[in-house]
Design a protein around this ligand. Structure first.
Ligand code: 13P
Length: 254
């Protein structure tokens, strides 16, 4: 954690969840009592098909909702794409951009990701910008160089702690059950903090840096105790209300 920064736990459902998954979302919103909501910001990012019903279900509860991607333009001839304005129109407040699965599956570059982050700001959404090295880059000792390039090129100038969150997700830790050692995470998050501060000044010092990659109730406390880990971006464990709330409760109790 970073002193004076309220942690944020975001659940990324990826391409999982039909309407029957909304029961879990309802349980999550019911499980967020005032104590928890005061101590931790909690966001769920369901697939786009469930976005509007998710915001409706969580209305008047502390549970916040986000999308998983957006186009950089406001509207136009882009079949199958969704604009940040459409996400805002669904009453969501956050949008993940630059997830490694988008970078790999859809060839998104840092340039694309920066454009999407700016689209989020234009629509009044908070951008959750994902960065992270592949296993080959990690093994080659290139993690910091890759992260620096991603921060310099994917996080637009002018980003502040109010409109942007950075999520460090080592690609090799996603869905694999593997996580970097606590020492590695401490060093990498310190490096990300330093790079953000160099680029954005005080805003970089106050920006939330989430860790993502195989976060679950069993490892959340250890991850959370690391300096500059200001929350989690949770994949698989965010699909079940019990596990997701357990992670949020660990953040509340620290
Ligand atoms: P897992 O928690 O399933 O490893 O996924 C992490 C992730 O990619 C969240 O965006």
């Amino acid at each position: 954690m970073t002193p004076d920064i309220i942690p944020l736990v975001a659940g990324n459902w990826k391409m999982n969840g039909a309407r029957d998954q909304l029961d879990q979302l309802a349980l999550m919103s019911q499980g967020l009592d005032d104590d928890l909501a005061d101590a931790v910001d909690v966001v769920v990012c369901p697939p786009t098909t469930l976005l509007y019903v998710a915001t409706t279900l969580s209305e008047d509860t502390p549970l916040q909702v986000g999308a998983q991607d957006c186009h950089n333009e406001q509207s136009g001839a882009h079949t199958g794409d969704i604009s940040a304005e459409m996400i805002k129109d669904c009453l969501a407040d956050y949008c993940i951009v630059g997830h490694s699965e988008r970078r790999t599956d859809h060839g998104e570059s840092d340039y694309h990701v920066a454009g999407k982050a700016q689209a989020c700001w234009r629509a009044g959404l908070t951008a959750i910008i994902c960065i992270g090295e592949t296993e080959a880059e990690y093994d080659a000792g290139m993690a910091q160089a890759v992260l620096k390039r991603q921060i310099l090129s994917s996080v637009p100038e002018g980003a502040t702690e109010d409109d942007t969150i950075v999520a460090y997700e080592p690609v090799w830790a996603i869905g694999t059950g593997k996580t970097p050692s606590p020492e590695d995470i401490r060093d990498i998050h310190a490096f990300i903090r330093e790079t953000l501060a160099e680029k954005l000044g005080g805003h970089g010092e106050r920006m939330r840096i989430l860790y993502g990659g195989s976060v679950k109730p069993a490892n959340a406390a250890e991850l959370m105790s690391i300096l500059n880990v200001d929350g989690a971006l949770v994949g698989g464990a965010s699909l079940k209300a019990e596990d997701f709330l357990a992670i949020c409760e660990i953040y509340r109790d620290m």
